[in-house]
Design a protein around this ligand. Structure first.
Ligand code: GLN
Length: 526
């Protein structure tokens, strides 16, 4: 097992996750099997209870793990499926060490950060790295991304564990890539001082960067590379320029052009291999069409819906259609704005705020035959809209939203949940698709598995009434409704699950493909 450690310098939000995922892709294009671990030094056990407006999307894994959005990047770039142990947090590490202490398993020892916490971190990394991949073997290479910035108090035990790992393995099995910022001054000169300082901070911890990836707005030239190389004790070839790319999926190509593949394979003693270029062909496919999709949500920031954005892009690429997204604030948009879209999407969400705006948008899409895709809360609100305006139940709502007729209700096994963390219906569940439906046309399968994250669902008492009024539940998991659609509408499709989590550039999600295709066919915008 080869380890590629990725640390960050100067500041967060540099695109360390995309850099890590791109490094992985470069090796995958050479036939290596790559897996990934993300370390998040916060005290939360997982991202499930964190506010996505602050922390970004909560990504959901097949095993129900609610994790950092970087795991989504790894899955998309590497076309793999990860599990919860691949996201290590301070909360998880300390919990397991403290549980062990309570059991008495430390046999009277004083339990300390070094060695007990650092040992646990190392075993967490190794266990995740060595988890079998499909086909029953282990990955060849594991990326380990340390969240945050070198120098943060919280990341100290993790960096110490990573320092110890280097001494415990052969030289060619370990490489440290430091991703740092190369800012521009007011004269337009690229400045290397922040990088020098962050390399110094690394050294104080006993860590040495083998490769520096410099993030900047424009490419870093030979002069700046030489300067970094001199100050940071690296050959200039190991200083890689990573200027902001127009599309994240182009980053592996950019890093490849910079010679990163050679530096990396030499360092890891991986030998030369032929490069499969199919990824590059897929992600650079030309657009011949463009559609505009309106997403009505209560969060203003795109990071909350990164998987949706990417899934639309994957479907768009496959159909040579550029998908332009307009974000509408569910509480503030004007109804006339809805006319400007080729399709309307209502994403997942929690709580009451903004739901009336979302329901209005769904009604507009249904009545005006505008392609509509509803996801999770979007599925539930489509049910509420249909109940109110077709079934004539004016106070129809979801139990989550308070008083009214609950056409969406709490799952029976959720009724006495006291802890909020990790207690929803999470991860992979299988549903059966009904013959002759749009769902069957899109998936071409009788049975599908998709990822879930919800507490509420269609109230069984209303299923028959809704169906008699024309709504079709085209996929079900026993008495749970998983997909709804309206026959005769160009595309009115909603899922209780989140198909975006399984979408890949190389394998777009069927509901997204159907939606973008319908937007293309019904296109109104110029
Ligand atoms: N709030 C809804 C529920 O808990 C929907 C969740 C979601 O959209 N992810 O069921």
């Amino acid at each position: 097992m080869k380890y590629i450690i990725i640390t960050g310098g100067v500041m967060s939000g540099l695109g360390k996750g995309i850099t890590a995922a791109s490094v992985g892709r470069i090796l995958k294009n050479r036939g290596y099997c790559v897996t990934a671990v993300k370390i998040d030094p916060y005290l939360n056990i997982d991202a499930g209870t964190m506010n996505p407006a602050q922390h970004g999307e909560v990504f959901v894994l097949k095993d129900g793990g609610e994790v950092d959005l970087d795991l989504g990047n790894y899955e998309r770039f590497l076309d793999i499926e990860l599990t919860s142990p691949h996201n290590i947090t301070t909360g998880k590490v300390y919990r397991s060490v403290i549980e062990k202490e309570r059991r008495g398993d430390f046999l009277g020892e004083t339990v300390q950060i070094i060695p007990h916490i650092t040992d646990r971190i190392k075993s967490c990394i190794r266990e995740a790295a060595e988890e079998e991949v499909p086909g029953g073997r282990k990955a060849d290479v594991c990326l380990v991304e340390v969240g945050g910035t070198v120098g943060d108090i919280e990341s100290m035990p993790f960096l110490e564990a990573i320092r110890q790992m280097r001494a415990e393995m052969p030289e060619h099995d370990y490489v440290l890539i430091h991703v740092t910022l190369i800012p521009e001054d007011t004269m337009g000169d690229l400045k290397t001082k922040p990088t020098q300082h962050s390399i110094k901070a690394l050294r104080e911890l006993g860590l040495y960067a083998d490769i520096i990836v410099g993030r900047s707005e424009r490419p870093i030239g030979a002069h700046t590379k030489r300067k970094i190389s001199a100050f940071c004790d690296l050959p200039p070839s190991n200083v890689i320029s990573a200027a902001t790319a127009p599309d994240i999926y182009a980053v592996p190509m950019e890093l490849e052009k910079e010679g990163l593949a050679d530096v990396l394979t030499t360092h890891l003693d991986l030998g030369k291999r032929e490069v499969d270029t199919s990824w590059y062909r897929i992600v650079t496919k030309e657009y011949t069409n463009r559609v505009t999709v309106g997403i009505v949500s209560k969060y203003g920031i795109e990071d909350v819906y990164i998987s949706i954005k990417e899934a639309l892009k994957h479907a768009g690429r496959a159909l040579s259609t550029e998908v332009k997204i307009i974000w509408l604030d569910a509480e503030r948009y004007e109804k006339c704005q809805l006319k400007d879209f080729d399709g309307i999407l209502i994403p997942g969400g929690f709580g009451k705020r903004g739901i009336e705006g979302k329901i209005d948008a769904i009604r507009f899409a249904r009545e005006n035959k505008v392609p509509f895709l509803g996801l999770c809360l979007g599925f539930q609100l489509a049910t509420v809209e249909y109940s109110r305006n077709v079934l004539n139940i004016p106070d129809a709502t979801s139990e989550e939203m308070g008083e009214g007729t609950h056409v969406i209700a709490i799952l029976p096994e959720q009724e006495d949940v006291t802890n909020l963390g990790g207690t929803m219906r999470l991860g992979d569940y299988t549903s059966e698709i009904r013959e002759g439906t749009l769902a069957m046309k899109l998936y071409g399968l009788n049975e599908i598995t998709e990822r879930h994250r919800h507490r509420y669902e269609v109230n069984p008492r209303f299923i028959k009434k809704l169906e008699d009024a024309g709504l079709v539940f085209s996929a079900v998991n026993r008495n749970r409704m998983e997909i709804l659609e309206i026959p005769g509408h160009p595309f009115f499709f909603a899922t209780q699950f989140h198909p975006e989590f399984r979408s890949r550039p190389t394998r777009p999600s069927p509901p997204y493909l159907g939606f973008v295709d319908a937007c293309r066919i019904n296109k109104k915008t110029p």
